[in-house]
Design a protein around this ligand. Structure first.
Ligand SMILES: Nc1ncnc2c1ncn2[C@@H]1O[C@H](COP(=O)(O)OP(=O)(O)O)[C@@H](O)[C@H]1O
Ligand SMILES: [Mg+2]
Length: 349
């Protein structure tokens, strides 16, 4: 550009171009050169974008091409409609070699029973629930649903009978309706609304700008924690599963939302065999049986009263939480506290 402008300037200076001509040439030249380089620049930009996208696509296909380690047995049967009896019989399980995560684990859940799993981090609570959905295979013993060994049934039929609600509600970008429908792809709009009503999510959904058609951001970041939880509840029950696995969230929500979630939980657990990794004392107390785990073993089992009477680990931990809040409203407040209590939690406040 400098060279061309210099030549034009020289020509104007020595009189072979008039000033007006020189200005015209210079302006024209600069405008055209801009026009020429703009698309070149954007081609270069697109190229780096394409490279990035290719790298991303590569990873996506890697994931899609992953062969699952756990596959159906060749003679696997369709799991028929079940009542929801779950039996862990002498189950031994390790993720790696012989680092047993569950040792001779025995647990028998009756249809419709709510079982709360409690214990410190690493006790094996999540592992118990992961085995139930057959995300991993056990090394020894049997795990059966209504008497069907889960290794003998087709995995898709097994997973259709159960819903898993994770601690972190997983929402996708898309509308509220689509997010709920994810639990049952052929659900009608009425079914979606019924599920939302059942868990008490309908009211707040209607208050959103476009109701059920409100677009959620990725991971539902435009909703509150409690609202996300309720939507994931609706998603969990829309397929009416017989077995429900719930990694209860400890998230701090306001008192109103807390109450809505409590009620939603009660509705969800009703008539379903449920395994709840329970953090709220209210859920624990309402459970039919509480399983206290330590290092992959059950150290105490029974309902709240029985375990309190036993005066063991559960009773200790319960009292520890309870005494954190003194006085009258203790129960109400304790109900929303996380469990087991953190060792560094302030006492007597
Ligand atoms: N994917 C995994 N691979 C290897 N070890 C794991 C895996 N998940 C959990 N573990 C181990 O299994 C044990 C039990 O973990 P987990 O079931 O998550 O306990 P909890 O849910 O009670 O905190 C822990 O010692 C943990 O380190
Ligand atoms: Mg866990």
């Amino acid at each position: 550009m400098i060279l061309v402008l210099a030549i034009i300037g020289l020509r104007a200076f020595n009189g072979s171009l008039s000033v007006a001509e020189a200005l015209g040439f210079a302006t024209g030249f600069m405008l055209y050169i801009q026009r020429f380089f703009n698309p070149v620049r954007s081609i270069v930009l697109q190229y780096t974008q394409i490279q990035r996208a290719t790298a991303g696509a590569h990873r996506i296909f890697e994931v899609l091409d992953t062969e699952p380690e756990i596959v159906d047995a060749s003679d696997a049967i369709e799991l028929p409609d079940v009542e929801g009896r779950v039996d862990f019989d002498h189950v031994w399980f390790a993720y790696i070699d012989e680092n047993w995560v569950l040792r001779n684990f025995n647990l028998h859940a009756k249809p419709g029973e709510t079982i709360a799993l409690v214990g410190h981090t690493g006790a094996g609570k999540t592992s118990v629930t992961a085995l139930l959905s057959r995300f991993y295979d056990i090394q020894q013993g049997t795990l059966s649903i209504d008497g069907h060994d889960i290794k003998q049934v087709r995995i898709d039929s097994l997973r259709r009978r159960m819903s898993v609600v994770l601690q972190e509600a997983y929402l996708f970008s898309g509308t509220v309706r689509e997010n709920i429908r994810y639990g049952k792809l052929d659900a009608s709009d009425e079914e979606i609304e019924r599920a939302a009503r059942a868990v008490g999510a309908h009211d707040f959904i209607m208050r959103l700008e476009h109701g059920y058609d409100t677009e959620l951001h990725e991971r539902g970041s435009n909703l509150s924690v409690g609202q996300r939880q309720l939507i994931s509840f609706a998603r969990a029950i829309i397929a009416n599963p017989r077995i429900l696995v719930l990694d209860e969230a400890t998230a701090n929500v306001d008192t109103h939302t807390e109450r809505v979630i409590q009620e939603a939980l009660a509705t969800m657990l009703q008539g379903r065999t449920s395994f709840v990794i329970a953090h709220r004392l209210s859920t624990i107390r309402r459970a039919d049986r509480i399983v206290v785990m330590r290092n992959g073993e059950i150290i105490e089992i029974g309902n709240h009263d029985a375990l309190m009477a036993l005066d063991g680990t559960y009773a200790d931990l319960y009292r520890m939480t309870y005494t954190q809040v003194g006085g009258q409203q203790a129960t109400e407040e304790a109900a929303t506290r996380s469990w087991p209590p953190r060792a560094d939690a302030p006492r007597g406040s």
